[in-house]
Design a protein around this ligand. Structure first.
Ligand SMILES: *[C@@H]1O[C@H](CO)[C@@H](O)[C@H](O)[C@H]1NC(C)=O
Ligand SMILES: *[C@@H]1O[C@H](CO)[C@@H](O)[C@H](O)[C@H]1NC(C)=O
Ligand SMILES: *[C@@H]1O[C@H](CO)[C@@H](O)[C@H](O)[C@H]1NC(C)=O
Length: 394
């Protein structure tokens, strides 16, 4: 220990930060840090097939989440994959926007996405939805790949009745359709509810917002499942067909959620008369029963707007400005961000730089170029020095 004082200070700080739970956030978001599990790290002797889990990452999980991990061996790797797919997708969707979904050191009680999640704004809605979708997607796929001990392929689409396609009917042959190995969306959906929604009791408005957006993320994965089939039989005659249900690509889930981000609904507390559970007796239970957590309907803030649907994203308050640095909200500001001087969109220098102006520089980048393939099996490239004009916000 080089500096004991620093050590004491760090420990104290970890305590105060961990204890400073902000009640507004809802309580279920610390697991996002798992997205960084398995990243290169000086502590990690990674053996193949074993997910190295920094104990600090494990410590961010709630008790119930650790139990779920124990009961479903292999699932934690899928959750980590889902979370990191979600981060990558979020950064892709927001790459050229003022808020770019950057992540930070999440340990010591800090949130992976930073303090923005303390606000119930659109960006937060997107974060909840994409991470919940990521877990649903990765777990459903991992089941089909056989990497989780407690689930398998979904064979419920097995359909043993003979079918006749038009072509087959013309040729007067029966087509047999057999169920193949489907991605297990049922398991993925249920697991995501259990794991991701842990701690969101659905009591406060913010917890309702989180639950709604988590459900929206899952719904986008579930409703985009597609059937894929493969024909067997002599020379493509397709007398036997194998079909299975496949998850949508995660990119298409991200695209759809980004559209919902653009059209997100601002909501407020539901009218009590609109709450779905029949609360016949006035003795409102202190705890919402688990299965009833999802039975609520959020009311649009503007009474002229329609009620949000189950795939819509919802938020409670307007977004902060992302133009200037704001340490209180963890916003770095757009100084130094790259922008596009010919675009009139959000990636354009006018909007990205918030009217402050930008500087233009010519830089040289060295790239591999003119690659040619040589038999066998080598690719030879030249290095080119190309000129690039870059614009950055002042
Ligand atoms: C987001 O923007 C900041 C500057 O505001 C930059 O430092 C960071 O690398 C960007 N992150 C991503 C993921 O693009
Ligand atoms: C800049 O924006 C224009 C217009 O939207 C687009 O055609 C062009 O590809 C963009 N350039 C870069 C480098 O993204
Ligand atoms: C790469 O190929 C293009 C055309 O094929 C040629 O004009 C260019 O000079 C080549 N560049 C280098 C560095 O060889």
């Amino acid at each position: 220990m080089k500096c004991p004082w620093l050590f004491v200070f760090t420990v104290l700080c970890m305590r105060c930060e961990a204890g400073g739970n902000k009640p507004r956030r809802g309580r279920g978001s610390m697991w996002w840090g798992i997205a960084k599990a398995g990243e290169p790290n000086n502590l990690s002797p990674i053996s193949p097939g074993v997910l190295y889990m920094d104990p600090a990452v494990h410590a961010t999980l709630r008790r119930k989440q650790r139990r779920l991990a124990r009961e479903n061996p292999g699932v934690l790797a899928a959750v980590a994959k889902g979370a990191s797919m979600a981060v990558t997708e979020c950064q892709h969707q927001f790459k050229y926007r003022r808020w770019n979904c950057s992540t930070r050191n999440f340990l010591r009680g800090k949130n992976l996405f930073g303090k923005i999640v303390d606000r119930g704004c659109r960006e937060t809605a997107f974060i909840y939805a994409i991470t919940s979708a990521g877990v649903t997607h990765a777990v459903a796929r991992a089941c089909a790949e056989g990497s989780i001990e407690s689930c398998t392929c979904d064979y419920s689409h097995v359909d043993r009745a003979p079918h006749r396609s038009r072509a087959a009917a013309a040729a007067n042959v029966r087509v047999w359709k057999w169920g193949g190995c489907s991605d297990n969306i049922g398991f993925g959906f249920r697991f995501s509810r259990e794991f991701v929604d842990t701690g969101e009791r659905g009591k406060t408005l913010r917890e309702k917002m989180n639950l709604h957006n988590n459900e929206a993320g899952r719904a986008h994965v579930q409703t985009e499942m597609r059937q894929e089939c493969k024909c067997h039989g002599m020379s493509g005659s397709c007398t036997v067909k194998t079909c299975w249900m496949r998850l949508p690509s995660f990119r298409s889930v991200g695209d759809a959620l980004k559209d919902r981000f653009d059209g997100a609904s601002r909501v407020m507390m539901p009218n009590t008369d609109l709450e779905v559970p029949a609360q016949s007796n006035d003795a409102v239970p202190h705890r919402v029963p688990r299965k009833d957590r999802y039975k609520f309907k959020l009311r649009p803030h503007n009474p002229d707007h329609k009620y949000p649907g189950n795939k819509d994203l919802v938020y409670l308050e307007s977004s902060p400005g992302f133009c200037e640095k704001n340490p209180r909200l963890g916003i770095p500001g757009t100084h130094g961000r790259a922008c596009n001087d010919t675009s009139i969109g959000v990636d354009g220098c006018d909007l990205m730089c918030c009217g402050r102006g930008y500087k233009t520089e010519t830089i040289f980048v060295v790239e591999r170029c003119n690659c040619t393939f040589h038999w066998c099996c080598e690719v030879k490239c030249k290095t080119c020095r190309t000129e690039k004009v870059v614009h950055t916000c002042l």
